[in-house]
Write a protein that binds this ligand. Sequence first.
Ligand SMILES: [Zn+2]
Length: 587
Amino acid sequence: MVKKSMNVEEILLKIVLENAITHNGKAAFNSVMKTFAGTYPEYRPQIKQLIPTIQKLIADVNAMEIGSQIEKLKQLDPTSKVFQEAKREKKEISLPPLEGAIEGKVVTRMPPAPNGYLHLGHAKAAFIDWEYAQMYKGRMILRFDDTNPKDVIEKFYDEQKKDLKWLGITWEQEYCTSDNIETHYKLAKKLIEQGDAYVCTCSNETIRDNRQKQIECACRSLTSEEHLKRWERMFSEFQEGEAILRFKGDMKSKNTAMRDPTLFRIIDHTHPRHGNKYRVWPTYDFAGPIEDSLSGVTHAFRTKEYELRDELYFALLERLNLRKPKLLEFARLNVRDMITSKRKIKKLIQEGYVSGFDDIRLITLRALKRRGFIPAAIKQFVLSQGISKAEGEVTFEQLEVINRKLIDESTPRRFFVSNPILLKIENSDPITATIPNHPDNQALGKRTVTVQDAVYISQEDAQRFQVDTVFRLKDLFNVKVTEISKEHITAEFHSKKVLQNTLKIQWVPSHENVDVTVLKANPPILLKDPETGNETFNKNSLITIHGLGEPNLTQANVDDRFQFERFGFVRIDSIQNGKITAVYTHK
Ligand SMILES: [Zn+2]
């Protein structure tokens, strides 16, 4: 139902947004017009005058990320059918029910450290948090865990939000852990006063050694008064590395995480949000449970490698008498042959081996976007593994299969020939072929391609021909090979009717076509020596394929997707002086 107060522009904006959200972020003019005319017949007399407005709205909306489109639509019409449909779709993905979840009360949080572009692993965490919040009509908090100033880069607060919005993820609240540091100090003081935390001035080696030997250091038995004094000195006198605040856990515990872990340390480093205002910073061991508890999180998810630290999480909240959220673990995403380590990626970029964080060989969200993957496929892929704790390696091909299924029907086909060779056709008049843009989806329409007396075909196809071979130039006619030379092939017109068991091959006219270069990832980026374990850069991890595309590709825009028939799906990455660079998505 649409609110009565909506004017025609708002109605149009709503239709454009709904159309975009249900079509991977891109509204299409024809279907917007159809919906508008069908749903609001009273506006039909004015429809012609409204066309420029509709076109402008489509351009504006298509320039937005899906997340922003969803937000906008929620403001405009929270009852939109898109949200009803989204609920139905959720059932198919079906995460298991959440223990202790009450509808309307579930609060989850996504806590990235703003230190790099998000990758597939982050997408898994984000979708689990978001999906559960949606499932129980609760809310999700985006919290930047930014309490290690050496590990915070200013631009990533925004860049990570862009990544999440691209995924279609929305959140109800957003804040930075570093903004609550004064509260953290108060709680730390409380722990010290209670005798539950102490300032340790031992050297790193002593601390490590004691942890291993399970013995307490001399600092531990000093009075709370002494530790409060030492705590004050952490803000002024002590140098970095000279003193840390430790939790009074249990040095004899079998769980190493409980052997008096560090809660606060001195880091003299400028923070992008706070400059040099603070030098005593909480560790994630401290900040995590405190923030989860104080911000009202009911269900906190984290990856399995934190499992050992669960005991500490609850012990801290217990001693501070704070509410305990439910803590749930899921297996970290390991994709075979893919690297997610920021350190490794950075090194590859610095050494010039990969072009940047959106290099198509990586699985950052930027790289996947560039390659032509859609958020819906990423969501299905990461959630298909559920929230099981079982560690396992998944293959990138699984994501490709899902993406192909989702984009196939809406992706137009085009002819592309790699490593072209000229095919001269004798005994034929110029002919214009009408070719459907999709074999099954007629809504994608048709295109025409004109052939005079020659076409280009791919060398790979040409290699299979001999004199007298009859083959079909797809959607055109059959030809018979009469002569083969290194430079070209000559054939003559054979027949029009489709013949059984005849090879059908793609072609582009010789008199008009488009230069196309396709970049294709060929993993892995790093080759591992089985004996030494050393990793070296794989020089063959990126393949460049040159070829020619049919003339219709001159109308293509950056970001458009096509399936180059018998080659694979591609996304147009750039267009320069009429030459196209495309990125290979998958088969
Ligand atoms: Zn000590």
